[in-house]
Design a protein around this ligand. Structure first.
Ligand SMILES: [Ca+2]
Ligand SMILES: [Ca+2]
Length: 228
């Protein structure tokens, strides 16, 4: 999941073009074939995948949309939830609920260096995909002209939600007067707001040891490089 998404995003960020259907629409959780609806066909595809008859889904976002409880695995639990959802005994899929409860500010990055001349830059991404900057470094691109596509924001939020389970390494003194880059985000979990630390480097190195951290940091760096 992690590597496939990194490639997709790298391509999207590099080329600046997005699949037309995906421009404004979000992920349809439970949609295995990318037709925008959830029905018995999707359950049949999921069952084939779980049984090993197919090794990939016919839709490049299905590694996200078919993890219907956003636990990082696609298995029988997802099939059971999808069965209940399609039959009407489950009102909504857990991953859709998670996405629908995104906090106002979803991702944030900051850099501060007070060693010589004070410099700072901050970038945040809200739950509509809008990008905001502040600090005393002037962006090279006006952040209001850039918007994170909905499906991309939702996929990265699903990864952030998983990264919240990661343990955090001990801080290490790394360099002097290099300033500090900090990457993180926010989630709402079981009704509670929670900050998710991803990584910091510069004067101090410390990181979230979740396997989802690097994907998220690389993805954020794509927007940071675009704007600064
Ligand atoms: Ca479908
Ligand atoms: Ca799952």
């Amino acid at each position: 999941m992690v590597f496939a998404m990194t490639l997709v995003l790298a391509l999207l960020i590099t080329c600046g073009t997005f699949p037309a259907a995906a421009q404004g629409s979000g992920l349809v959780i439970g949609d295995a074939n990318g037709d925008g609806t959830v029905n018995m066909t999707d359950l049949a595809i999921l069952n084939q995948y779980i049984a090993g008859y197919i090794s990939a889904f016919p839709y490049d976002m299905a590694d996200y949309t078919m993890d219907v409880n956003d636990d990082g695995y696609i298995n029988q639990q997802d099939a059971d939830l999808l069965t209940r959802f399609i039959s009407g005994s489950l009102a909504s899929l857990p991953a859709a609920d998670i996405i629908n409860n995104m906090p106002q500010t979803v991702f944030q990055y900051s850099y501060t260096n007070g060693a010589w001349i004070y410099t700072s830059m901050r970038l945040s991404i809200d739950n509509q995909g809008n990008i905001y900057t502040s600090g005393n470094v002037t962006p090279k691109v006006d952040p209001s002209t850039v918007k994170v596509p909905r499906f991309e924001l939702e996929a990265m939020y699903m990864d952030l939600y998983l990264a919240s389970q990661g343990t955090i390494s001990n801080p290490r003194n790394a360099a002097c007067d290099m300033g500090l880059h900090v990457y993180g985000g926010n989630i709402v979990k079981n009704g509670y707001f929670q900050s998710v630390f991803l990584k910091e480097y510069g004067d101090i190195d410390q990181e979230n040891l979740s396997p989802y951290t690097q994907t998220l940091v690389d993805w954020l760096n794509g927007y940071i490089d675009l704007i600064y």
